[in-house]
Design a protein around this ligand. Structure first.
Ligand SMILES: *Cc1c(COP(=O)(O)O)cnc(C)c1O
Length: 448
């Protein structure tokens, strides 16, 4: 099993080449019975011919994986890894890099930290800022708010069973709600005007609360998942300072906009973040699974997350230049998942990234204009980033679902409906730089 097999290598590399060479088809969801039948008996005491197993993969399994990197995938938040990033990811996998600690992966960690530094500079965080790459925005939000909670407990002398709350808007990502449940904190929900959390609204809510002293932090969203709305970061940062709150910014989807000149100024205030999450596997064109987690003061994260055990002593030194990514999040062993982005950034430069991000922003604006000029369609709001919400007048939830299913069945596009103020509506999430206005016109043309 551990001896090089040239035939096996050729087989798999040919499949990789094929996947990279062709624009992916959208594919169709699988049928459980058919999948079970296809896989029956494949794992037993004896092995199989690798060509047969690979054929099973190619014919039965791969076609049921919806291609989130298709330019016609416009649901949720798409992905669009660069070729350089996807290829380098395979090298990372084959290299068995244990990204847990400086001792085991100093060069790879230095390269990952170079990317984190770039993101910190884009956000305007101080020179000491740092963190690590984790599996996704959810993992980043969890690790950041654990640090926020432990820091507040320590500084304010809060006991382990005392109530703590985080200010959030009703537009915060679902992972924030999950995080609060996991860490035993409660949401302090601040009402939003037009779905955007502002400094004045946060201040008013805190002042109206009989005892806001157990509110220890606030989470802002820099690009809501549904509508791409960026909270009033500068206003919220000022209130966070006045009330001594940890200021967390969830830029999992929207943080990439820091690289786009046309929207850069909307992030004013992000430089005050105590912690910040940006998902490269979304709009920074890295393969899944990759999220950047940054702290203004990484020492606080270290105090919250460093694991202590005799068998780990060799990893920890007093030398602060020896960066251990495992100290900054809830994880220990980790793949060096920042490296594919590092390689692609080094190959292409940051300008190409900015231009690719601007493409989706431009397409969102053009699509909004197209919708405004189409009689039976209504634009729900001007897109702030690359998500566009609209309705077909008179349509029910069932009509949107039927339309979405027809589009996927015909492989025209994957456009899942979403909810907005209690109503089912249509939504485009643009991200892939190869999604064109012609594709959008074709999709809109299917709305009768
Ligand atoms: C996608 C998203 C998340 C969750 O990120 P995962 O990588 O899916 O875990 C969190 N917050 C926002 C705003 C997001 O768009």
């Amino acid at each position: 099993m551990h001896t090089h097999d040239p035939a096996l290598t050729d087989l798999v590399v040919a499949a990789l080449r094929d996947r990279l060479l062709h624009a992916p088809t959208l594919n169709h969801p699988g049928v459980p019975d058919k999948l079970d039948k296809a896989l029956a008996g494949v794992i037993g005491p004896e092995g199989n011919d690798p060509a047969e197993v690979l054929r099973l993969w190619a014919e039965q399994l791969a076609p049921t994986a919806i291609a989130v990197d298709s330019p016609r995938f416009l649901s949720f938040v798409p992905a669009a890894p660069t070729q350089a990033a996807a290829l380098f990811d395979m090298l990372v996998s084959c290299s068995s890099i244990q990204g847990v600690s400086w001792l085991l992966a100093s060069g790879p960690i230095t390269a990952e930290n170079q990317v984190l530094r770039l993101l910190a500079d884009l956000a305007g965080l101080p020179g000491e800022a740092g963190g690590c790459f984790v599996s996704g925005g959810s993992a980043g939000n969890l690790s950041a708010l654990v640090t926020a909670r432990d820091t507040a407990r320590h500084r304010r002398g809060i006991g382990p069973y005392d109530r703590v709350r985080f200010a959030v808007s009703d537009q915060a990502h679902s992972s924030i709600g999950n995080t609060l449940r996991i860490i035993g904190a409660e949401p302090f929900v601040v009402p939003t005007a037009d779905h955007r959390l502002t400094g004045p609204a946060l201040r008013a809510a805190l002042l109206a609360d009989p005892d806001p002293s157990d509110v220890i932090g606030v989470t802002a969203t820099a690009g809501t998942t549904n509508a791409g709305i960026i909270d009033d970061l500068a206003g919220m940062a000022a209130v966070a300072r006045d009330f001594d709150l940890w200021f967390h910014v969830d830029g999992a989807y929207g943080g990439a906009g820091l690289l786009a000149p046309s929207v850069r100024d909307r992030y004013r205030g992000i430089e005050h973040a105590d912690s910040l999450v940006i998902d490269p596997h979304k709009w920074l064109f890295a393969p899944l699974d990759c999220a950047a987690l940054l702290y203004r003061d990484p020492r606080l994260a270290r105090a919250a997350h460093t694991q202590d055990a005799s068998y780990l002593d060799a990893l920890h030194t007093e030398d602060a230049t020896q960066w251990n990514p495992s100290d900054y999040a809830h994880h220990l062993s980790r793949r060096a998942r920042g490296l594919p982005l590092w390689f692609s950034l080094a190959v292409h430069g940051t300008r190409a990234y900015g231009e690719a991000i601007e493409k989706a922003l431009t397409l969102a604006r053009e699509t909004a204009a197209l919708i405004r000029n189409t009689p039976h369609l209504e634009l729900i709001r001007e897109p702030e980033l690359s998500a566009v919400l609209f309705r077909r007048t008179g349509w029910t939830a069932g009509d949107y679902a039927d339309w979405s299913a027809r589009l996927l069945a015909g492989q025209t596009a994957f456009v899942a409906p979403t909810g907005w103020e209690g109503e089912t509506v249509a939504r485009f999430a643009f991200l892939h730089p190869q999604t064109t206005l012609e594709m959008v016109e074709e999709i809109i043309g299917t709305i009768a």
